[in-house]
Design a protein. Structure first.
Length: 719
């Protein structure tokens, strides 16, 4: 192979709009070896969606890794880092395939001028779908380097080994050459070959080993940069006039007092009223002096009657799964149980509110923003500013939490619009009140279940209807001969018009609601059958992965079910999310006088296939368990006529350190299986496992989340 030869990249699978960017990238990126790969070509997820007649994922995602002249490895990925840890795990996968140290791999994430197109970071898809082609690219890069080394050392490739970025002649270890030496002075671009094998689990040196977060030191020392830390010359801070309620219309506005403040710039264009100043506190002071009148909505919809409103507004149902005959199953069942479950609206409440900085210069816009969808933001900003998308660059710094809520880019468009109107760089940073008012909520939802069991305790009927939570987590994994799952409002259809404000994905969208309903129903059925909740589940499970995680959790917990009389109870719940099977067992203490619940202990086991970074996976499980206690016990949005009554953490209570139980996690060692999602599965079981433990403790069955002290006391009164 001629070392001076440049291997041409095949762009036939790329979008024309990205073709120039890729070639320009190679021109300006300097010397080195570049491996380009298509990450979604064989996406199982895309095939599954297409098999149901739905829009599949695109198949044109091209990506890069670069081996630089200095030996540094750079991975360019459209994924972003918002606390889930892919900044570490993706680097581990690449380092292992290349046989280099983890420290030698740098990450460039989400920069739309440098990184490949990506649909966004959500759904626990980064490791599942980006990981396999990334590893293939690493294997391809290593093959190219071995061929170059073979020529340089005049040694057959089969006689070469790699140790920490050094290619060595296995028969004469004095003959060696580094990756840096091989890459120096060259520019080689190569598309991955499907024939290059990746490492087997027995060959892993870095994959599967626990690694601390690579961004940990930056974050705990305050050196990490977020969108709100971006400061540009001449930048103005914007404060925007907000309506008092969703659906309110601006009738009149008096800006005279605000105009008296020195150096304040006021923009009033249609419904947009904003004040800008070089100091954010002065901009806020000016905003408070604006007098506005609104035409307020009178929908009479509130957090009390929302569920009936949703049922009255439901779209046509879609049967997403069916087997056997539910009517026959009902006739053959000894006991029939019908229950309805409710779940209120939840806020994302990230510690970092939505923030964006936009600078427009020479017809080009640069955006620094807290966004899970930088490429979506790129297109939206281009449309807002009426400029070509190639003239927009989005750079996402670290995100201080997203949970699905930073998939929409409202604050980015606000900043872009104000930057255009003012002619200066503008930062829009939502206040905590704006965060609660403007962000989308996890949708309120209802689940209705009719189920039946035989005399022997076998589930024979499962007729499941979910309204507005969607399909995720609703599908059957228990062994049931007659079942039907009907979804009302699947995939967002029919949802927007029913809710009084914007709704959207919230960590494991829909699955928290669905698992709460399903696993509560399973416990009710177990009691009807006179069986232990663990034994009832095991009797009705043939799924090997699920049986294994449930068994492992029970062994770790020391499960011995006996009815508690002291206010302390135990609960079980199982779930599947993002391809990962999870089971949890919890111990709670319930105060019968106050209704207060203290979760004392949680044991959680999950099978996520290959765990690329067990330390990162453990952290995610612990985070899910902690966050899950919030939606289960306290988090609820109160509203009326479009007005949100919870605008800060004084009334919207998220988990505190005083809540924390003893948390024990189990990650099943399953290195031979493909990696699955790890950022969300453990959260889906928390509502159900706590509900079942509460019932075990005090005999109060809760059918609505959150399970507040007031609702627990009410359930106790009902007996």
């Amino acid at each position: 192979m001629n070392q001076e030869k440049i291997l041409e990249l095949d762009f036939k699978d790329s979008r024309d709009s990205y073709l120039l960017d890729r070639r320009e990238f190679l021109k300006v990126a300097g010397g080195g070896i570049f491996i380009l790969f298509s990450m979604w070509d064989v996406s199982v997820f895309a095939q599954e969606r297409q098999s149901r007649g739905r829009q599949g994922l695109p198949t044109d995602f091209n990506a890069f890794l670069k081996i630089g002249e200095d030996g540094r490895i750079t991975l360019f990925t459209g994924k972003i880092e918002m606390g889930q840890g892919v900044i570490t795990s993706l680097a581990q996968e690449l380092a292992d395939e290349l046989d280099v140290s983890l420290d030698s791999v740098g990450m460039v994430m989400g920069d739309t001028d440098l990184c490949p197109y990506d649909m966004g970071t959500f759904g626990s898809m980064s490791t599942r779908f980006f990981g396999p082609p990334l590893r293939a690219a690493g294997a391809e890069a290593k093959r190219v380097l071995l061929e170059l080394a073979s020529e340089r050392l005049n040694v057959p490739v089969k006689n070469l080994v790699v140790e920490n970025g050094i290619v060595i002649d296995a028969k004469n270890k004095r003959d060696k050459v580094s990756y840096a030496q091989l890459a120096k002075g060259k520019k080689i671009a190569k598309h991955i070959s499907s024939t290059v094998p990746v490492k087997r689990p027995s060959e892993f040196k870095i994959i599967g080993k626990p690694e601390n977060r690579r961004d940990a030191v930056e974050k705990v020392t305050g050196k990490a940069k977020y969108s709100g830390d971006i400061q540009l010359a001449g930048m103005l801070y914007a404060k925007i006039l907000r309506p008092p309620a969703h659906g309110a219309k601006l009738v009149d506005v008096d800006l005279s007092e605000a105009r008296k403040i020195k150096d304040v710039e006021i923009i009033h264009e249609g419904e947009l009223v904003a004040v800008l100043h070089k100091y954010p506190d002065i901009a806020e002071t000016a905003l408070q002096k604006i007098k506005a009148k609104y035409d307020l909505p009178k929908t009479n919809i509130d957090d009390k009657n929302i569920f009936q409103h949703l049922l009255d507004s439901k779209p046509k149902g879609e049967v997403v799964e069916k087997e056997g005959d539910v009517k026959s199953g009902e006739k053959e069942s000894e006991n029939i149980i019908e229950q309805t479950y409710y779940d209120g609206y939840k806020a994302h409440a990230p510690i970092e509110p939505h923030t964006a900085v936009v600078k427009i210069e020479d017809g080009k816009a640069t955006v620094w923003a807290s966004t899970q969808t930088p490429f979506g933001a790129k297109e939206e900003v281009a449309k807002e500013l009426n400029i070509p998308a190639k003239n927009v660059r989005v750079i996402p710094p670290f995100l201080g939490g997203g949970f699905g809520g930073k998939s929409r880019n409202v604050q980015i468009l606000e900043a872009a619009r104000l930057a255009k109107l003012s002619g200066k760089p503008v930062q829009v940073a939502w206040s905590r009140e704006e965060e609660f008012f403007l962000d989308s909520f996890r949708p309120a939802a209802i689940v209705k279940i009719k189920s039946g069991i035989t005399k022997k305790g076998k589930i024979n009927l499962w007729d499941y209807s979910v309204y507005f939570a969607g399909e995720r987590g609703s599908l059957v994994f228990y062994n049931i001969p007659n079942f039907r799952t009907t979804v009302y409002g699947s995939g967002g259809r029919g949802i927007a018009s029913a809710h009084p404000f914007a709704t959207g994905p919230w960590r494991a969208p829909g699955n928290n609601t669905n698992t709460f309903a399903r696993e509560s129903q399973i416990d009710i059925m177990a009691e009807k059958a006179g069986m232990d909740p663990f034994e009832f589940r095991m009797q009705n499970l043939t799924d090997k992965k699920m049986r294994n995680v449930l068994q492992r959790a029970a062994e770790k917990f020391g499960w011995k079910h006996a009815k508690a009389s002291s206010g302390r109870g135990y609960g079980i719940a199982c779930g599947i999310d993002a391809g990962t099977s999870v089971a949890a067992i919890a111990e709670v203490d319930v105060n019968k006088k106050t209704g207060h619940v203290q979760v004392k202990r949680v044991v959680c086991a999950q099978d996520m296939g290959l765990a690329v970074n067990p330390e990162g996976a453990t952290i995610q499980m612990e985070g899910c368990i902690t966050m899950g206690m919030g939606y289960a016990l306290k988090e609820d949005i109160h509203f009326r006529n479009g007005e949100i009554n919870d605008l800060n953490f004084d009334t919207y209570e998220i988990p505190r350190f005083s809540w924390l139980p003893k948390i024990e996690t189990i990650i099943i060692d399953n290195k031979e299986a493909d990696p699955q999602g790890g950022g969300e599965p453990a959260i889906v079981v928390m509502g159900a496992v706590i509900a079942n433990a509460i019932y075990d403790a005090v005999g109060a069955r809760l059918f609505q989340m959150p399970m507040t002290p007031e609702r627990i006391l009410e359930a106790l009164k009902k007996g």
